[in-house]
Each structure stands twice: as C-alpha cells, then as structure tokens.
Design a binder for this molecule. Structure first.
Ligand code: AHR
Length: 521
C-alpha cells in the first residue's frame, strides 16, 4: 500500500507525464528564408465594390447622411476601410457590369438617367459613376480596377471608357472628363474583360469561343487607346475544376494569351451542413484549383508570340451561403447579400489568405467580395457601422504585402473529408520581410477539438527569443459582432520563446488563427 506522500508524488508524476505527452510537439514546421515562392504582391489585398444592395448606396456613398462628406462619401466607412489597406478596388461589378453603360454615370449628377438594373432586379440612379468611383479610390489610397461590360456592351464602349479615363489629348471623351471636373487623366491601369461570362445567370452570357472573340477584340481596341493598360480575362466561375471549367479557361487562354496579364478565378464557400472541419478543408480545392490554372497558363504561354507572364487574379472570394436564398439573382438580391459573419468565417478568411500566399508566384491579385454591407467586412446602418469578424484577419495579413512568401515544410496530424486525400489540421503560410528581418508564420489550427503543439525549426539565420503574437481564438464558433459589440476580435501579446537549436515549440490552440512574428538576429 502507498503512503499518502508516495501516492501524491506518483499522482504528480503521472500528471506531469500526461501533460508532457499532451504537449509533445505533434507537428513539425521548418522555415528556410532561402526557399522562396515569390513576392507577395500588394494587389493580393484588394477588394471589390458592386452596385448591389447597400454596397455603394448606403455603404460607400450616402448622400445627405450627416456621416457623409460634401461629396457623399461616408466618412466613417472611409475611416474603417483605411486599416484594411485596400490595394486595388474592383468596380462596378460583378454581374452588374454586364448590363452597365458607363456613359450613364458621368456628367452632372442630376442629369444622369435612371436605369433598370437587370442583373439584380434593382433601380440604378447612376448618381455614383466613374468619377465618383475613381475619386473614392484616391481618397482611400486604392488603385482602381474597372471591369468592362462584356455581356450586353460593345467593344467600342469599352475602348471609349479607356479614352475617358486615360486620354491626354483633347479628344471628345477627354474634354468631357475635363468638363466633369477632372482635367488630368485618371490613368486607370487595370481593366477586366468582363465578369463571369460563362454563367447562364450573366446578362449576355456567351460560350467560351464567343467570349474569347469578344474579349480579344476589346483587348486590342482598348490597347490601341492605351497600350500601358493591364488586362484580366474572365476565367471560369464554376467552383469545381470539371471539364467545363478546364475547357473554358483553356479556350480563353489560348485566344487571349498575347493580350492578357491575368486570368480571373472566383470562389465562394460556406458551411451549410454545420461541419467546422469540412468547411475549413476547402484549402484543398483552392490549392488544386490554383495549381491547375497555373498549369493551363504554362501550357498557353508556350504558344505566346509576345512572351510575357500571365498571373491569376482571384478577383472574387469570400464566405457566402446564408444570404443566398432563392434560385434567381433577383431572389438572391432580396437578401441584400448581407452576410453576418461569425467567428469560424474569420478562420476561413485566414485559410483563403494562406492559400494565396502559398501560391504567391502566380496569385498576384485577389479581391475580397465585397467592401461594405454586401458579403463584406464592414456593416453600416444610417447612424454607424461595425467591423465584422472577417475584418481582422484581412487587416492583419495585409501587413505582409511586399514580403517574400516562403515555401515552408510542414508535417503533422491530418484528417480526411469524404474520399479526399488527407490534409493537415494545421494550414500554414509564411512570409519574410528581408528589410526588417522578420518572419511571419500564419497558422490556422482547423481542428475543432485538438490543441496542436509544433516544433518550429529555423534554418537560415538565428532566431530571436521574443515573438509578437496575433491570435484569434474564441470558444463560441458561431459568435458574431454587432453594432456596439465587437466581441470577436484578435488578441495581441509578446511571447518569450524557449529556444533550443535555433527552434522552439509552440502550442496552437484548437480552432484558432495565429500569426507569429519572429525576429532574425
Ligand atoms: O459578389 C456577388 C456576385 O457573385 C457577383 O456579382 C458575381 O460576379 C458573383 O457571382
């Protein structure tokens, strides 16, 4: 029989052994600043504003509201947008672009025509148009990205839009621009050759060949107007890389390979069956999809007569499934696409951004859909706003623009969804700021139940003993923010690392998103 003291010490021994076992690093992360994927292009932290629901009217632009300035821009929204560091802003759609005539939206506001918006079954006042949008971009420090009407529009309308924005000589549209208050050209560099033209829901929907012919004529005409512009072809909008998807992209790339600088991808995800780990497994699809298109680009580039790179513009991405009821776009529009994002959606945002950083060699632009109210990080009322859960990872990851994305090696516990290949519970990306000697380690632990300890080894350069920690971690996966209550937000702290052999062990809590900033001495 054990004495009380012996019993206690055995118990303590057992407990410590259990604790040690529980904390033994299950994962291994190896960082080598020499293993470079590519530059994290600042355009990866882009956004999108469409004439849809309350994104423009009642979001960005709210004439007569005491919260707006003399030009109609909501000042509180601009203040909330700035920390997001929106590098590039896409406009005017989306589906809206395929029925939009840009000439309706220039000139004196009171004389602009009201039009039916046949994309979303709405009324368009045209009080917010090209000059309002481009001025807004200047105010928030974002580069503009205009998407032409490749649905019901014409090639010449697209060419004339470039003339209106960029022409330096006293042509008809340059003079109109000056009369509308802007003498100096806006100098818009980035132009999209339409939106989701492969979708039957799109006004002016076309098959791949017809789209490619239209887009090629538009590209040539627009470049005749200004050959310094960069063009984005509309890639397939289907989510699964099935035969249609692969076929559309192949045709588009084949016809447009000498004209375009990017091909677009769109992805919306959701958690309709309330399965947290399945929801956060979509990175597998993102990685696959990007790699497939990268291969298609490579094949097309073989036949280029004007060799130049073509990149991926992931110009619509987000979680969108609750505010999506209905089978037609008109029915869906009744929801206003006003998603109320919860905690797990913030983790999904980290998952998307990790995928973009892991493919920083080819994903050179990404635009969250959208900026305000409509599937957005900022949510307004007439009297104020709040920041949704997804706001915070967007703002934090944005600090890694211009860094070098690193190809880190990761092993660790895995899981499977259906018959898909195993995937790691830890979803990771990493970047390096060579100027400041700082390594960023972005770690999503998508296990619902398991904290995961990881041994982190650094290969090139000596790692310092202090890390800055940014962490989102919430016990209620469904917690949401609201007006006056932003309870889902990150915590920051400084951590002392117990260094051994130029590495350390770190415990990544279950269902959390962590960014570690490590200093190289
Ligand atoms: O972002 C909402 C809509 O989703 C866009 O208008 C369209 O391009 C996509 O289907």
């Amino acid at each position: 029989m054990l004495s009380r003291r012996a019993f206690s010490s055995t118990l303590i021994g057992l407990l410590s052994a259990c604790l040690a076992a529980a904390q033994a690093p299950a994962a291994h992360i190896r960082i080598d600043t020499g293993r470079v994927i590519g530059e994290v292009n600042p355009r990866v932290f882009g956004n999108f504003a469409e004439h849809l629901g309350r994104c423009i009217y009642g979001g960005i632009f709210d004439e007569g509201n005491p919260l707006s300035d003399a030009d109609g821009y909501r000042k509180d929204v601009m203040e909330a947008v700035k920390p997001l560091g929106v590098s590039i802003l896409r406009w005017p759609g989306g589906n809206f672009a395929s029925g939009y005539n840009w000439t309706d939206g220039v000139g004196p506001r009171d004389q602009r025509p009201g039009r039916p918006d046949h994309a979303w079954g709405a009324f368009e006042s045209n009080r917010f148009g090209t000059d309002e949008f481009l001025r807004y971009c200047e105010r928030i420090g974002a580069e503009p990205y205009l998407c032409i009407n490749a649905g019901l529009g014409t090639v010449d309308e697209a060419r004339q839009w470039v003339e209106y924005c960029n022409e330096t000589r006293p042509t008809y549209w340059a003079k109109q621009r000056a009369r509308n208050g802007r003498e100096k050209p806006w100098n818009v560099k980035v132009w999209g050759l339409g939106n989701e033209i492969d979708g039957p829901w799109q006004l002016g929907h076309k098959n791949a060949e017809d789209y490619a012919k239209f887009a090629l004529s538009a590209a040539v005409a627009m470049r005749r107007q200004d050959d310094s512009i960069q063009l984005i072809a509309s890639g397939s909008s289907n989510f699964r890389p099935n035969a249609d998807w692969v076929g559309w992209n192949r045709t588009v790339l084949d016809h447009l390979k000498d004209e375009i600088d990017y091909i677009s991808l769109h992805t919306y995800i959701g958690n309709p069956d309330n399965n947290f780990e399945k929801y956060l497994s979509v990175s597998q699809d993102l990685d696959d999809r990007i790699a497939i298109v990268q291969g298609q680009i490579r094949a097309a580039r073989n036949g280029q007569t004007r060799p130049h790179p073509i990149y991926i513009a992931f110009d619509e991405w987000n979680t969108w499934y609750r505010a999506r009821s209905g089978t037609t776009e008109f029915e869906i529009a009744k929801t206003g696409l006003e998603e109320h994002y919860n905690y797990e959606d913030a983790l999904a945002t980290g998952m998307f951004l990790n995928a973009f950083l892991r493919h920083a060699d080819v994903v050179k632009m990404a635009n969250l859909a959208q900026l305000v109210n409509v599937i957005a990080p900022i949510f307004t009322s007439k009297t104020g706003l709040y920041r949704q859960t997804i706001y915070f990872p967007l703002a934090e990851y944005g600090k890694q623009r211009g860094n070098t994305a690193l190809d880190i090696q990761v092993t660790g516990p895995t899981y499977r969804v259906g018959n898909r290949p195993p995937l790691g519970y830890l979803d990771i990306s990493s970047t390096y700021n060579a100027k400041d000697h700082v390594i960023y380690l972005n770690v999503l632990n998508r296990s619902e139940k398991m904290d995961i300890g990881a041994r982190v080894d650094n290969v090139a350069g000596r790692i310092g003993g202090q890390a800055a920690v940014w962490e989102m971690n919430q016990s209620d996966l469904k917690a949401v923010n609201d007006f006056g209550s932003e309870k889902v937000k990150p915590a920051t702290r400084s951590a002392t690392l117990t260094l051994a052999n130029n590495g350390f062990t770190y415990l990544f809590p279950k269902h959390s998103l962590t960014i570690l900033r490590l200093n190289l001495e």
